[in-house]
Design a protein around this ligand. Structure first.
Ligand SMILES: Nc1ccn([C@@H]2O[C@H](COP(=O)(O)OP(=O)(O)OP(=O)(O)O)[C@@H](O)[C@H]2O)c(=O)n1
Ligand SMILES: C[C@](O)(CO)[C@H](O)COP(=O)(O)O
Length: 253
């Protein structure tokens, strides 16, 4: 599938509970620019992206729309819609607001402001080719699965573990179907790729960047500030030796 009709959904309708009481992390300054503004600017600069829908908290729709258009000069912004009680619901609301001609859709967390155009484009290209693709990075720590009372029940084989990031990209019809089936079958997930996997469809892993962190707790903002002051724009991970790598450089899993 070609990338002629590539659109995006940027989700920013969460409650920022892990950041602290009464804070909207999307508007916290990062290097003097709001977190969300940084994320949106990357999609403004990503040439293949024709436009995007922003999903905001129900009480923030008008405010985010005004800021995006008047302060952040978001020319590709198609509309701002209200989110839902979960990230999954917010994504679905965004999908329904996209143009009918959408062929491939990118879904990105507004809380990941250090994303960069190269990663957006690579994930979109992989999704156009394979149907579904996500940015991901290899796990660096050893991961334990907890049993009851927080005793380590199992150590997971680190070589096969990746941390999913966003953007995540899909053939539009596939992602809409995955969300619709999840609603019917009461499947909930913390990322969109899980819903596609639940349909038995493969999801390509595209090497992301350890810089592409999600601003979740206060420490993340401090890390992001430090990252802004150092390391290159696109710190893509080096593909691990021995990982199955397909011709386009993305990884199978
Ligand atoms: N109902 C929701 C929940 C999350 N998100 C968005 O999904 C991204 C990832 O979610 P997360 O980092 O968990 O954000 P919050 O839900 O705001 O964080 P918390 O769980 O700490 O409240 C964020 O950009 C967030 O705004 C959303 O649009 N709608
Ligand atoms: C989609 C995601 O960013 C992939 O790592 C993550 O699952 C979002 O989780 P959150 O709890 O909604 O932040």
């Amino acid at each position: 599938m070609c990338l002629d009709n590539l659109f995006a959904v940027i989700v920013a309708a969460g409650r920022s509970l892990r950041m602290g009481q009464g804070i909207n992390k999307q508007l916290l300054p990062l290097g003097g620019i709001p977190v969300l503004a940084r994320s949106l600017q990357v999609f403004e600069r990503a040439v293949p992206v024709k436009g995007y829908v922003l999903v905001a908290g129900r009480d923030d729709v008008e405010r985010f729309n005004n800021m995006a258009r008047q302060q952040w000069f978001c020319r590709k912004l198609l509309s701002v819609v209200a989110g839902g009680g979960s990230r999954q619901e917010s994504v679905f609301n965004g999908l329904l607001a996209l143009p009918r001609e959408t062929a491939v859709v990118l879904v990105h967390d507004g809380a990941r402001p250090l994303v960069y155009t190269g990663l957006v484009e690579r994930v979109a290209e992989a999704a156009a080719r394979w149907g579904a693709a996500i940015a991901a990075v290899p796990v660096k720590d050893t991961v334990k699965q907890a049993g009851p009372d927080e005793f380590a029940a199992r150590t997971l084989p680190r070589d096969s573990l990746w941390l999913a990031q966003t953007p995540q990209a899909f053939h539009y019809a596939l992602l809409v179907e995955a969300h619709q089936r999840a609603r019917e079958e009461k499947i909930t997930a913390t990322d969109d790729a899980s819903l596609v996997e639940a349909m038995g469809r493969p999801v390509k892993l595209v090497p992301g960047s350890y810089r592409n962190i999600k601003i979740t707790t206060p420490e993340d903002l401090a890390v992001a500030e430090a990252l802004l002051r150092c390391s290159p724009e696109n710190g893509s991970v080096q593909i691990k030796s021995g990982s199955p790598v397909s011709g386009d450089g993305s990884l199978t899993h």
